[in-house]
Write a protein that binds this ligand. Sequence first.
Ligand code: MLC
Ligand code: AMP
Length: 520
Amino acid sequence: MSSDPSSIVEAFFRAADQAPEKPCILFEGITISFLDLRQTADRWADAFRGRGLRRDDRVALFLENSPAFVAAYLGIYLAGGIVVLVNTQYRQVELRHILNDAGVRFCITDPSRCGELSRVLSDLPSLEEVIVVGPAEASSTEAASLTRQQSAERFLEGAVSRSSELPNPDSVALIAYTSGTTGRSKGAMLTHRNLAANSLAVTRAWRWTSEDRLLLTLPLFHAHGLGVGMHGTLLAGSTADLRRRFDAAEVYDTLLKGKTTMFFGVPTMYSRLLAEAHRRNRRPAPIRLYVSGSAPLSAATFAEFEQLFGQRILERYGMTETMMNLTNPYDGERRPGTVGQPFPGQEARIVDTRTRQPILDESPGEIQVRGPHVFKGYWRRPDATAEAFDTEGWFNTGDLGWRSTDGYYTISGRARELIISGGYNIYPREVEEVLLGHPGVAEAAVLGMPDPDFGEQVVAAVVRRETRDQPTADELIELCRDQLASFKKPRRIEFVASLPRNALGKIQKHILREQLERQA
Ligand code: MLC
Ligand code: AMP
């Protein structure tokens, strides 16, 4: 028996050697075999080497889902580079921070994102070249606003598919930005070994085989779509039916066709699939596995899904720094409201939030995790890295929860201020800073309130200055949309006379929450 692969690239090569002609990605009527993907990835690597990419240089993927995303992703690894993932909804504030903080040399993007990039290009001294993936005509018009750009076609011209060395397992593979509780978001560094170890644990736990066909509508720029969906596909040698984005009606139609064996989604996707089921009179036949994660799945959604789709969703819990941590069992009881137990080869425990000592089952505390999947630290942030780890290598997740006597973990809240809307994370501070940038805003506080579609929604309480041109709610929402990803904009803005503060002047968000609930 061969040893476990120590990188996703190695796992992918094994799968490609074993079944080169097997479909790896299905996308908009095109079938990409494992061999096709390997050859294109090799060409990306060759092109990067030809452009002088050095080991550990950072390359950003600011790109929609497509086979090119996956080929470029693997190509960067093969050329020895580090991938920086960028949410395609990010706008100037996030782009400026991430691309500069990571010191990105190359950025791969789509034509429709060139406009946003051109707004910040002059503030990105390390960025040498933007590579635009897409139809040549679209690329040339949209990209005209960018000076340092060329099309992917030109970039790959003359590049050949020569073999490359496998990545060093302990080198950083990926920088994924997360957790900006204080100040700006931090880059979590995951090594090739971290990614492979986690994907192995996931594929084993969920009995993923080369026979599976995953319907993949999650964005590839986050842990869920990439680390779970795409890595699992490459490692298991299975097939991903990849979509540009999630659309409930399309997903429903695909499920009706009966070829899908797995679907992974955030809870918003499941509640939209339920709404779709109510509009239809046919139900899809059960598939092998439905998985939910990235945000809490309500017991009501779990129950209704079981009733209408005849299946119990498997809920699991993960985060950018660690990929997947806890999972309900494949064979045993999938218990609603819980996230199950550690994946094979990984550990978890609950500690007291003050003493950081392990505590008894059924008592609430902070979840800590440990294992080969846990990241190496935050990029150029030794202070934050030191703070994130406890003694003996336990990582403090910042999530609160408890463990039942029979070993099931339940997440009960978060130790850090974080809003999760439709599976996307929003740090209140980031939105508050943009609001405070308006000359008519004296004070701002942002918090998450319940939302029927997204789980939580962004709500802002704003104290206006006594000026003549006082901003309206719409103007402030527009300001946020202009500076930040649109999903971070407040859905509701309440103008208040003052914010509740304690004796030390700190805003008391729990009191504010009660006020806003009364006003809603
Ligand atoms: C989109 N919009 C959102 C939103 N998604 N608003 C709040 N929260 C969200 N999650 C807004 C857009 O800004 C836009 O606003 C409008 O909705 C329509 O945009 P859209 O792109 O058409 O939205 P839609 O397709 O409906 O997107 C919903 C969604 C998407 C649920 C399909 O949000 C999504 O793919 N979420 C998955 C996120 C994910 O992969 N998370 C995993 C992170 S990893 P306007 O005003 O501009 O029109 C992680 C670790 C782990 O957490 O455990 O997995
Ligand atoms: P991110 O930083 O984007 O990786 O988001 C990770 C966070 O999402 C975790 O720290 C949790 O707070 C949350 N999360 C992920 N999965 C679940 C889940 N199944 N239930 C509740 N929260 C979850």
